[in-house]
Design a protein around this ligand. Sequence first.
Ligand SMILES: [Zn+2]
Length: 404
Amino acid sequence: MSMNLRTHAFAGNPLRSKTPKSTDLFSPTSAFESLKTLIPLIPNHPTPSPDFKVLPFSKGRPLVFSSGGDGSTTPIWHLGWISLGDCKVLLGSCGVDLSEDSLVYLGPKTEDDLVYWAVDVLEENGVVTELGGRKLCFVELRTLMVAADWADQRAMGELAIAGHARALLEWHNVSRFCGSCGSGTVPREAGRRKQCSNETCKKRVYPRVDPVVIMLVIDRENDRALLSRQSRFVPRMWSCLAGFIEPGESLEEAVRRETWEETGIEVGEVVYHSSQPWPVGPSSMPCQLMLGFFAFAKTLEINVDKEELEDAQWHSREDVKKALTFAEYRKAQRTMASKIEQICNGVERSQSLSSDFNVESGELAPMFIPGPFAIAHHLISTWIDQGSSDVHSKQQASVSLSSL
Ligand SMILES: [Zn+2]
């Protein structure tokens, strides 16, 4: 099943390929100095070079607008970048003064002479905001993820930018105090790190990433895959096993331990597949890094840990293939894109569109798996695409997705 996916969702951020050196005008340091000079001059500041664009967030939700939905075509969401002047107005409406320390550097597009920033506006209502003639609204990142057309490089780039920005802003929210001495922390390097404000401590604090192993466990004959259900999943959804890596543990050990703890199955060989940043987990974890593996089982008997999982079962390649075929991922994407347009137009007031993996599978499907925005989808579809080739070809599984 080809998805034309160049990278995983949330990877491939077009603003992050290289961070300019500090002497460069586009660097965090230079851009921050320019910002500091300009902010007091708003609204009469001269247009700087590079110019600045700001992406506001409220409660982890980026500002977006929607275009192109005329009944016959699917609307497309876009990030709601605003100018420094508009940013000051927006913050002012929430009773907050714009300061350079509230902005977080995201990266430059040197070809467009632009540097991009994010800001948390703590807007309570998530109201539709009229700025620059556009109807803008704050939308959950998970909703944007489902609504992004995974074959559209621009859309996936915007999703990655929003994911990175959300992760940074959430990390700022959960790292307000120094873990060593308890004093307040202050942003440094245009918000790319923080530092303890206590002069005798000055501890440096870096953005947090929480690594998670996610594995498709396969039987010795390479005929069946172990899929599981958690109680928080939507009905009929099955996925890979996953778990946090513990201190002092290798990735392979984490794969074997988690599989054993959750299902009682012993794993032998572990083969790496690909990795995916996952900034849509709980806000206490600003960004998880999903590390995907194939895990080859040495035993078959399942003993489910009911505290961790609702169920775990071996599924034949044929059944899993059907689950992939029936699920109407494209339809789910279009439905969600239309809902975003309705929210931006003020028609749809509901913001509760973030339920897990909103995939409306066909009525005939007894099960489905997460959509193409999740690494689990690609672990499973890679295994399906492998066909029934012998177990010795498993090394090729990691090679075949080398473009991810
Ligand atoms: Zn400290």
